[in-house]
Ligand binder design. Structure first.
Ligand code: AHM
Ligand code: MG
Length: 337
């Protein structure tokens, strides 16, 4: 080990030795993604300084066209990862269609799905935002890719995680052997192991949901939230915390325990399945959560078992401490007891 601590690359390599599974290609792929995240982190931290905030169409001090930060994040990942030589296709929350690898670039056997800048509506208020990623193995045997390579259930993910651009920049990831957290040390430009073997508490006293949608929720969902807020000696007193940036709300839930919920808003025609996307947000965070000992559900089944029908599919999400997710599932199915 070097005197600065364990770097994420050292950690990846040691995982590879211990558990076999991962290949050199996989490590190189992740390293490229880590580099992309460092570039995004740099732009996020200087956002207010260089006029990168706000909408596209503006010019910065160098009289160059300014890109919105979420477009910048998307373009950075696409550009770098297309040259990584290990992908056959990508999918991004910011692009309606699959992102093909240019014909002149080498391809490989992995698929990358990502939300380039989750929580981006919070950028102007300097709230924590993040990049969420999911890595799958190519299933088809054709030369390029087929939709089946992208539309895979979450249990097939070979790795998943996120980068959180907050008071410090963090990377949290799993390859199916537990969850590790790293903090970016800006002085050396490396992600250093800061949170080995993260375990989510079995129960927690924080719930996280947008209570503003109360009237759009089903009776069963309202009954659950009523229970959480009811004064009652036989249950914990719950606190409500909602940042409105999934990656930040999830990170707190992972470390402190509790539950995050984005239910279906059945009475809102725009959100019959909630808002969050299965492939870019729910599946990767579900893998991290399960690997940390927690659970993730649609309210009626495990997130990782959902067979996707389309790239931008939305699903309701209940994620967090195993016991809290079970409790919510019981209420959502109308059988709290
Ligand atoms: P985004 O990917 O466009 O940023 O949208 C997803 C975000 C999540 O980060 C967050 O949990 C949710 O939207 C908040 O939605 P709402 O404002 O409806 O509560
Ligand atoms: Mg998002």
């Amino acid at each position: 080990m070097s005197d600065i601590g364990v770097t994420v690359t050292q950690h990846l390599l040691s995982q590879q030795q211990e558990h076999g599974g991962a290949t050199g290609a996989f490590t190189r792929l992740l390293n490229e993604l880590i580099l992309s995240a460092k570039i995004i982190s740099r732009e996020v931290t200087k956002a207010g300084l260089v006029d990168i905030l706000g909408f596209t169409g503006a010019k910065n001090v160098q009289d160059e066209m300014v890109q919105k930060l979420d477009e910048f994040a998307h373009d950075t990942i696409v550009r770098r990862m297309a040259q990584s030589r290990h992908l056959c296709v990508m999918g991004s929350e910011e692009d309606a269609d699959p992102i093909e690898i240019p014909p002149q670039a080498e391809t490989g056997d992995y698929v990358l799905l990502f939300d380039p800048l989750d929580g981006s509506s919070n950028i102007d208020a300097n709230v924590s935002i993040g990049t969420i990623f999911s890595i799958l193995r190519k299933q088809s045997t054709c030369l390029g890719y087929r939709m089946e390579d992208l539309l895979q259930p979450g249990y097939r993910q070979v790795a998943a995680g996120y980068f959180l651009y907050g008071s410090s920049t963090m990377m949290v990831y799993t390859t199916g052997n537990g969850v590790s957290g790293f903090t970016l040390d800006p002085s050396v430009g490396e992600f250093l192991l800061s949170h080995p073997n993260i375990r989510i508490p079995e129960r927690g006293k924080i719930f996280s949901a947008n209570l503003g949608y109360w009237d759009y929720w089903d009776q069963e969902v309202q009954n659950y939230f009523r229970y959480l807020q009811r004064p009652d000696d036989t249950k914990p007193v719950y606190s409500c915390r909602y940042i409105g940036s999934l990656v930040a709300d999830f990170h707190r839930t992972l470390l402190y325990g509790g539950v995050f919920l984005y239910p279906a808003d059945h009475k809102d025609p725009r959100k019959p399945h909630g808002k969050l996307r299965l492939l870019y947000e729910c599946s990767p965070l579900a893998m991290v959560c399960e690997q940390a000992g927690g659970a993730a559900s649609t309210g009626h089944g495990r997130i990782l078992d959902v067979e996707p029908d389309e790239l931008h599919q939305r699903v309701p999400l209940i994620i967090g401490s195993a016991e809290e997710v079970k409790l919510a599932e019981r209420y959502f199915s109308g059988q709290p007891n």
